[in-house]
Design a protein around this ligand. Sequence first.
Ligand SMILES: Cc1cc2nc3c(=O)[nH]c(=O)nc-3n(C[C@H](O)[C@H](O)[C@H](O)COP(=O)(O)O)c2cc1C
Length: 180
Amino acid sequence: MARVLVLYGSTEGQTATIAERTAEVLASAGHDSTLIHGNRVPEEFRLSEYDAVVVGASVHKGHHQKYVEQFVREHAKELNRLPSAFFSVSLTAVEDTDEARMTAENLVTEFLAATGWNPDRTAVVAGALKYSRYGLLTRLLMKYVARKKGGGTDTSRDYEYTDWDEVERFATAFARSLDS
Ligand SMILES: Cc1cc2nc3c(=O)[nH]c(=O)nc-3n(C[C@H](O)[C@H](O)[C@H](O)COP(=O)(O)O)c2cc1C
């Protein structure tokens, strides 16, 4: 059994749900998983209390949450010594084109270059359009973006694009790698 930290950043909640699912999969694989919001890290937090780490963050205006970036940068040395994985949640990951795949991968590469972290695995995960959580301007902006990218444009409802099987496969593969 490994003690696994799942630390995440989330602005509208989708990455939080993905991180929760990841922690559940790790727990059902027999590991002791702890979920922490990257913006609410307890004062008494010690990375040395964990054997492995999964970090998740979502993309807003071309960047992952600053507080996650800061956490990873501050702990990069320790993270590089532990088994670790990173998942990046975005709408770019929804698009089925080579260009979008490259953009989504580049966002991961930029995050890792900025933090000095070399996780064992990375994944890009399709996020959600949560019109119900947006203020008026963001709703209009995201409707415009969605129209251009082929996403949902009915602002009276939310759209979830996350492939939960893929999330489970990612978490299961990481869980198994901790057994060997
Ligand atoms: C204001 C805003 C800006 C966004 N900018 C980007 C972006 O630059 N690239 C992208 O791929 N997705 C972008 N997204 C989509 C989010 O990554 C997606 O909605 C994700 O599910 C958000 O995850 P969260 O709910 O955990 O914050 C943006 C969303 C919002 C609301």
